[in-house]
Design a binder for this molecule. Structure first.
Ligand SMILES: *Cc1c(COP(=O)(O)O)cnc(C)c1O
Length: 224
């Protein structure tokens, strides 16, 4: 399937999910996760009208950036080692995987302008998932307030691999409730308006539960 065909179906699903819960589909940004696919396929996504591309490794990002450059808005969605920050920081517009103070400190040191970051939260509590436990997110956000180049724009999570709709909804709702609580505190450095949640298997549910950024690989550009 072409990216354009996949995108048409995804947009329709997002539209329907928005109708079910009374949201405006324009509130939902699609990030095409190109980590599994070629640069050519990433370019096809741009031609289909997607501007947001996501990569989870420095190598993949740099390789595609070389070909695509600033035609795309680049999202870093994977675990980021502090020592690699300086290599990617000039290319990425958003980091979805902020999960420790040392990383925030390095971003602050290397960035020349404030970087919009999502705090990654491990809602499901699975060992295999990265991210902060929900109980530590508020103190973490307070602990990074002096880093002028780190702007907390939202929270991100990866839901467990399950078909269990209620369990998935539960995860998304917890992230949203945490987002609401932080947003309502009105921190200057942490407006925390966005929710990066929803992947190929669960994005319609995530949209129903308030996702503002869905990260789509397999169902949009292709998987492994
Ligand atoms: C790979 C990846 C995705 C996309 O996964 P699909 O299931 O292929 O849509 C989304 N978010 C993160 C953090 C990823 O690593």
């Amino acid at each position: 399937m072409s990216v354009a065909e996949n995108l048409a179906e995804i947009k329709e699903n997002i539209e329907q999910a928005c109708q079910r819960c009374g949201r405006d589909a324009n509130e939902v940004s699609i990030v095409a996760v190109t980590k599994y696919v070629s640069t050519e396929r990433a370019q096809e996504a741009l031609e289909a009208g997607i501007h947001n591309l996501g990569e989870n490794r420095r190598e993949g990002l740099l390789e595609k950036y070389e070909a695509v450059g600033d035609q795309a808005t680049w999202h870093f969605i994977g675990t980021l080692q502090s020592r690699k920050v300086k290599e990617v920081i000039d290319y990425v517009s958003m980091i979805h995987s902020l999960d420790r103070r040392s990383l925030a400190k390095e971003i602050d040191k290397r960035a020349s302008a404030p970087v919009p970051c999502f705090v990654q939260v491990n809602i499901s509590g699975e060992d295999s998932k990265h991210g902060l436990p929900a109980s530590e997110v508020e103190s973490f956000i307070e602990a990074v307030q002096d880093f002028k180049q780190v702007k907390i724009v939202g929270l991100m999570t990866m839901a467990p691999h399950t078909e269990d709709e209620e369990r998935l909804r539960g995860v998304f709702r917890q992230l949203r409730a945490l987002r609401d609580r932080i947003r309502d505190k009105g921190y200057a450095h942490a407006p925390c308006e966005y929710l990066s949640m929803g992947m190929s298997n669960d994005y319609a549910l995530a949209v129903e539960e308030g996702a503002t950024h869905v990260r789509l690989g397999s169902c949009l550009v292709g998987g492994q």
